[in-house]
Design a protein around this ligand. Structure first.
Ligand code: SF4
Length: 245
């Protein structure tokens, strides 16, 4: 049986299951599995759910060096509330960052799409590659209604670039369900969410959104056409989906 067949079978079996049921299955089924967390609302929701199933589960985060202080505050609160969690904080390669900012300036991303992609590659995509190396599966907080691009994603998919499973337990949840869970379970969350930041990335590349705007409209707002950073995109620029392989 191929990995794709396994994943298709699992996806069919997990249809209609709760996020906790999906997580219980995933944490029991894969030996080397980790949650990728940026400590946004969806990720802290998953952290709370995971900690109740397997308190010493693995979580990794990408510290790009350009995060908001509110993001570091919520990381500290999560570490305090869930002390058994195995949190791995990934940093970019110092030499690559030094070369990039020396050659192109500290805020190079505003100058061109090419520069923004280079910065995202060095600060996020390359560290993500190291964080997922050796994993059988990774868990994300993606939701189908976050962007049109994510509307076709599944609960369990094949990450074709890494040839591992990608688990999206909240894919069917709405923003309201996430916030109901956070409030009901007293989950620590990023204070920027209270200032109209539904999606939080690096400080210079994220702004608050206006009423009626897309939930990810505050990311790389000056480009208008691209609200994905490359973490959920294949090497040839497509979104990772089961049908992509
Ligand atoms: S979001 Fe902005 S600062 Fe962060 S890695 Fe991408 S371009 Fe660089």
């Amino acid at each position: 049986m191929t990995l794709q067949t396994d994943i298709d079978t699992a996806a069919a079996q997990l249809k209609g299951k709760t996020p906790q049921e999906v997580l219980t299955w995933a944490l029991g089924n894969y030996k080397n599995i980790s949650l990728a967390s940026s400590f946004g609302a969806e990720d802290v929701t998953l952290i709370d759910m995971i900690a109740k199933i397997k308190p010493d589960a693995h979580v990794f985060t990408l510290d790009t060096g350009r995060l908001n202080s509110e993001t570091y505050d919520v990381i500290a609160k999560v570490q305090q509330k869930y002390p058994q969690l195995q949190l791995r904080i990934m940093f970019p390669q110092a030499e690559a960052v030094e070369q990039m900012v020396s050659a192109k300036g500290i805020n190079l991303f505003y100058d061109s799409v090419e520069n923004r992609k280079q910065c995202c590659f060095i600060r996020k995509v390359e560290p993500l590659g190291r964080a997922t190396k050796g994993l059988d599966a990774w868990i994300t907080g993606l939701r189908r209604d976050q962007t049109a691009n994510r509307s076709t994603m599944e609960t369990v998919e094949l990450d074709g670039d890494r040839n591992i499973a990608k688990i999206n337990p909240l894919i069917d949840w709405t923003n309201e369900q996430v916030w109901d869970y956070i409030r009901a379970n007293d989950v620590p969350y990023n204070a920027l969410h209270d200032q109209n930041f539904p999606s939080i990335g690096c400080a210079p590349c994220t702004r608050a959104i206006q009423a009626g705007e897309d939930l990810r409209a505050g990311r790389w707002w000056w480009e208008m056409s691209n609200q994905e950073c490359g973490l959920h995109v294949t090497s040839d620029g497509r979104l990772v989906r089961a049908k992509d392989v």
